[in-house]
Design a protein around this ligand. Structure first.
Ligand code: CO
Length: 136
C-alpha cells in the first residue's frame, strides 16, 4: 500500500481564451481577486491564481500557438484543463505514480509557477485527468 501522498488540492486549472475576461467574471460572480499572476515561458502560458481557502483556481491562457494549452483549447474548447495535487515530495509522488502504472509527462520534477516544483502526469493511465503534482 502507498501511504497517502496528497496533502491538499493545490489548484484547479481552467483553460480560457481571454484571461482578462475570465478574471473579470470571477470578480463579478464570486468576488474572487487575483493573488498571483505569472507568465510561465517554458509552458507557454499566462496564469492568474485566485485563492480559495488554501487552494487556488488557476485561470490559464496560452502565450503562443504551440503551447499545450493552445492545443487543448483548439481541441476541446475552454474549461477544466488539469488538477494540481499538493504533495510533500514531488519526486517521490512521481515515482509512486509510475510504479502504479501511470505515465509521467515530466520524467523528473521541474520548476513550476510561484517557485513550486511540479511534475505532470498523463491523463492516459490516470482515468482521463491531467494531473499536476505540486510541491511548495
Ligand atoms: Co497547474
Amino acid at each position: 500500500m502507498t501511504e497517502m501522498l496528497l496533502t491538499e488540492f493545490d489548484h484547479v486549472a481552467i483553460a480560457v481564451n481571454d484571461l482578462e475576461a475570465a478574471v473579470a467574471y470571477y470578480a463579478a460572480a464570486f468576488g474572487a481577486t487575483v493573488e498571483h499572476r505569472e507568465v510561465v515561458e517554458s509552458d507557454g502560458v499566462e496564469e492568474a491564481l485566485l485563492r480559495v481557502a488554501d487552494s487556488y483556481v488557476q485561470l490559464l491562457t496560452p502565450t503562443r500557438p504551440d503551447s499545450p494549452v493552445a492545443k487543448a483549447l483548439e481541441k476541446r474548447g475552454e474549461g477544466l484543463h488539469h488538477i494540481g495535487y499538493r504533495v510533500k515530495d514531488c519526486g517521490a509522488a512521481l515515482d509512486a505514480v509510475i510504479a502504479a502504472g501511470g505515465t509521467g509527462i515530466d520524467k523528473a520534477p521541474r520548476p513550476g509557477s510561484r517557485g513550486t516544483t511540479v511534475a505532470f502526469v498523463h491523463p492516459k493511465g490516470s482515468f482521463g485527468t491531467l494531473i499536476e503534482l505540486v510541491q511548495e
